[in-house]
Design a protein around this ligand. Sequence first.
Ligand code: HEM
Length: 306
Amino acid sequence: MAKEQWGICAEANLHGLHLFFNAHDGYEPVIREALSQLPSIFNELNEQFSEAMFSGVVAIGASFWDELYPDHKPEGLKSFPAMNHEERYMPAVPVDLYVQLRSDRQDVNYIASRRITALFGEMIELIEQVPCFRYLDGRDLTGFVDGTENPKGRKRREVALIQDGVFAGGSFLHVQRYRHHLARWERVPTEEQELIIGRTKIDDIEMSKDDMPEFSHVKHASMKDDEGQSMELMRQSMPYGNLNEQGLLFVAYCANPNNFERILYNMVYGSDEGTYDHLLNYTTAETGAAFFAPSVDFLVNQGVVH
Ligand code: HEM
């Protein structure tokens, strides 16, 4: 199989820096060329700072894809599925390029970000940068461990990466920046918070079927497809925040373009009256974008001027 971008399935790190760019018109051929160099820059940084476990991913926005690579399109790649129901709003804020930089050293992520802006120069414009950090033992700022039910070992690649065809090694990606209402959340007693998530807080144990309420996050997020298979995602979310605002940068990779949308729909609309995901009473999505992270081989081959 074509070589995937290593950061898609890499284990969690201490620091993340997430960059969102728009491309200026008319630069497509030079952007393709610059993108073809990125995997070797990521490799170089990984070797130079080996103890920092650096990894990078670059992904192309769903609408920008057609302009950048008009000859081939991953089947099922489409813009972010914006949703709006009652008080629950999932906005779409499309961007052209997303870069995920992660490592155990903030300075290494910073160095990587400078290399990227130097490489692309005036071709692209920075729209947003979100520095993220590991919180305690891999917890979201709600205080609950995030990522426990992520696929493990070999399963990570199966869930995240397309297995065959031109786009083998590539991955569908959805990113949302959620802003938490922590003051409101912190007024909720722990036992009630646990019902909202569907797991215990300190020990991170999933509630039994009988104890798990219909409105819990885990109940809405663990779905089965029409063949009875679990609809999994490879989540690489990380907390961000300062004293003014706090939240989660939600990042999910998948070999299948539909899992994310099906789960998000279930969270927002629920199956019956009143059974939407009550975690959404305490957090608001402020952005949302869909991307495709192609394999290293694809990026490199497309950079060659034919
Ligand atoms: C602010 C937003 C969110 C927070 C704070 C959050 C937090 C959590 C937590 C604490 C868990 C339980 C531990 C774990 O297995 O990771 C979890 C599970 C999960 N979440 Fe979220 N989540 C958020 C948004 C989302 C979204 C938008 C999706 C997908 C559309 C999603 C999909 C999942 C999945 C698939 C699981 C695993 C369920 C299982 O199989 O048990 N989450 N999330």
